[in-house]
Design a binder for this molecule. Sequence first.
Ligand code: HEC
Length: 153
Amino acid sequence: MKFIYSIVLSTLFPLTACSMRDHTPPTYAPGLGEIMSLSGMRHVKLWYAGQAKNWQLAAYEIDELREGLEEASKFHPTHKSIKTPIAQLISSTMDKPLGQVEKAVNEKDFSAFAIGYDSLTAACNACHQMTDFAFNIVTKPEFNPFPSQQFHP
Ligand code: HEC
């Protein structure tokens, strides 16, 4: 009980709890799975932004995807039994399709966007296959799970 109470306390008051136990607070690094879950969310939002021809929002989601992937290689230069460095896997799979979608967004070209989006999705899955996470399959979303965000410009 005391243990559970201290977990609750340290969650609510991290600094207080740490000074009580007298050690420096740990720096938080998101797990690769967490970064990927966010990437999954942005991948979905990117589709609905593009479909609504909200190019500003689409460009934003591309930036967020890039930032997330940068964090993935910064916090996880290697991961589990994956032999190739994460940064190398990311640049070899993501650079080209992200550039392709970005170009379509800059040119406000929906058909190029749709093609680029499919290449991006395929590239996400290519990395999952190369890293023995092939069971994590990303698809083009079939419905919009974000009811509280406006996608049309
Ligand atoms: C480095 C290559 C790599 C790239 C590129 C990559 N992934 Fe991943 N992804 C992984 C790995 C490795 C995992 C499993 C991480 C773990 O151990 O939890 C994963 C897991 C996931 C998961 C499952 C997360 C969960 O907890 O359910 C999702 C969703 C996901 N990726 C989405 C994407 C999307 C969307 C893209 C493309 C925009 C992408 N990934 C690109 C390597 C990659």
